[in-house]
Design a protein. Sequence first.
Length: 221
Amino acid sequence: VIFKPKLIPVLGYFVILSMLYAKSENNSELDGWDLVWQDEFGDSTINPADWEFDIGTGAPVFDAYGISSPIFVPEGFPKDNFSVRWEGKLKTEDSSEYTFYTVSDDGVRLYVDDHLIIDQWKPQPATESAGKITLQANQKYSIRVEYFEEGGGEAMILGWECDSFPKSLIPSKNLVTSTGEPGLKGTYFPNKSLKLAKKDKPFIRIDKELNWVTGGGWGNN
């Protein structure tokens, strides 16, 4: 995480205003951000370029999955105490043992080919979990992700790796809905139980990838 601070004189004092930038080796648009201080002192003998700081957040960074979207839930949907079920097909590329990854805040379950390979159905901070399964090349396997959010920041990332490619986000080209659209069908519930009361209505949308991080002071967004 990199600070880009600016010093602004206020009533004889200087206030540091800062913006945070995430730097990812996989995103060339973010390369080259360095610690830049604006010289507001008007003193030519001061060289802010000589000032260096080690800024640690103590927070996990999951940069293998690229830059996450900060916008998760649909507009008007509750941002806490909700759950989602994503369903569709996974298109494989090679015959291999695959490792699947989830990063979730809070709980998550992952089923591939009707096998439960990740089961972390509990409140938790952003946590990376993994499960393995052997799959054949050029096949379509059922995939289902179940997720709930209790409160605070939210995160849901779905990744994979095998012998032929490193850990990465599962792209939309490898996910397909039952109606043939790229991505997974997400059913959003206004509670944590993946169930609907008579008064509730689910929200359904097609999510091309699962890669969200909101709030929480951590992550790769």
